[in-house]
Design a protein around this ligand. Structure first.
Ligand SMILES: Cc1cc2nc3c(=O)[nH]c(=O)nc-3n(C[C@H](O)[C@H](O)[C@H](O)COP(=O)(O)O)c2cc1C
Length: 389
């Protein structure tokens, strides 16, 4: 009789090399704004929120979108890296995440025309007089062209050549601060209708200078930002770029493939494939029908046609679903967002589910040591026929 073959190591749980870094598995926690900062600084909330996600076993833990410029915040609750005083509090978080085995990763962002928004649970609309009265006044947003993100939203000030230079410099210095804070991976937020996406899409960019017009013109600023960040980010650390692979009719997957190729030539390592939200204030694409893993085809196509690594995201909720995406070579990394809010230990649960073993070796020892022993007691009780409660 044939010897039973050991089950293959789940790909989701296999370490992945990203330049000089190795993540312990292929699960990333997607960037998720908490809208809970004070004056651009994280609070204990952020430490506990990101800390418990690191304890939950993810390979990479992304911070939420962190603004490179004060006027590039989405809400008053956003975090920032626009001055040196913002480094120390983030360093504490990055150190905790790293100490618990995950790669601390930072997402850098500029809201562009979506700056000055209310927190989701405060309406998610543009800041107004009522917000001013409670100490959260609106501020004028900047953008590619004077086209608002939605009716009733402020008309952004069209960025001058000087503004473009200032914003690029803000990305550069924010990346340097992120490095000083101890982050080991960085992602440029180029999706969801924020500044860089609004340059790419002809629906929001009607400029007639070198930063508008054809594909090359519209892609110029996003590519320059990628180049700027790469230039200061160490060669042995990875650079991610989040795209909206398609939007509400202005930007296509074919353009995303060409854009991703150009990003790859500039040293971007992973294309994080999201979609949509050029026009509203949510991160949801209003036109794509929702289904589990609905954005995976974008990660698959970019990967296949560019040879770059991709990260799939969006309604990936089940470990077997995640494993199949990797095994079918549709993406290199899986990002989990809301499911990790529902279950911060999702990666540890995925390990048990995919290996069929309740093993606690990957758990923080403070918890795992006890659970391992309790599992043995349970096994003994089962053997003795002790009834379930
Ligand atoms: C609370 C919350 C905050 C988010 N904040 C960000 C963000 O800061 N940057 C970003 O690129 N996407 C953000 N997103 C989108 C997520 O990164 C992710 O792409 C999206 O939630 C889909 O994945 P999921 O179905 O696993 O949640 C956010 C989503 C949620 C639910």
């Amino acid at each position: 009789m044939d010897e039973p073959q050991p089950a293959p190591q789940p790909r989701l749980l296999t370490p992945i090399a990203l330049r000089g870094l190795t993540a312990r598995n292929r699960i990333a926690i997607a960037p998720m704004l908490q809208y809970s900062g004070r004056d651009g600084l994280p609070t204990d909330w952020h430490l506990v929120h990101l800390g418990r996600l690191a304890l939950g076993g993810a390979g990479i833990v992304f911070t939420e979108a962190i603004a490179v410029e004060e006027r590039g915040r989405i809400t008053h609750g956003d975090l920032g890296l626009w001055h040196d005083g913002q480094i120390a509090a983030l360093r504490r978080i990055a150190a905790f995440v790293r100490a618990h085995g995950a790669v601390p990763a930072v997402q850098l962002a500029h809201a562009g025309r979506k700056a000055g928004t209310q927190r989701p649970w405060e309406g998610h609309g543009p800041l107004g007089e009522a917000d001013r009265a409670r100490g959260e006044p609106p501020w004028p947003p900047i953008g590619a062209s004077p086209i608002p993100a939605a009716p009733g939203r402020p008309i952004p000030v069209e960025m001058s050549a000087a503004d473009i230079a200032t914003v690029k410099e803000a990305w550069r210095t924010a990346a340097l601060r992120a490095l000083e804070a101890g982050f080991e991976a960085v992602e440029v937020h180029g999706a969801h209708g924020y500044l860089l996406h609004s340059f790419l899409s002809p629906l929001s960019n009607t400029r007639t200078d070198a930063y508008g017009g054809d594909f090359a013109g519209r892609a110029r600023l996003p590519l320059e930002v990628a180049e700027t960040v790469r230039a200061v980010w160490p060669k042995d650390r990875p650079l991610f770029y989040r795209v909206s692979a398609v939007d509400e009719g202005g930007w296509t997957i074919e353009e995303t493939v060409a854009f991703a190729r150009a990003l790859g030539e500039r040293g971007v390592d992973v294309i994080d494939c999201s979609s949509g939200s050029l026009f509203d204030s949510s991160t949801a694409n209003v036109r794509l029908k929702r289904s589990f893993g609905f954005q995976v085809p974008f990660a698959e196509r970019v990967r296949r046609e560019t040879g770059l690594m991709t990260m799939a995201v969006g309604l990936i909720v089940d470990p077997h679903q995640a494993e199949a995406i990797l095994r079918e070579d549709r993406a290199d990394l899986i990002a989990i967002g809301r499911e990790a809010l529902a279950d911060p230990q999702w990666p540890l649960r995925a390990e048990a589910e995919l290996t069929g073993r309740e093993a606690f070796g990957s758990w923080p020892v403070q918890h795992g040591w006890w659970l391992e022993r309790r599992a043995r007691i349970f096994a003994q009780m089962r053997a003795e026929g002790v009834a379930a409660p």
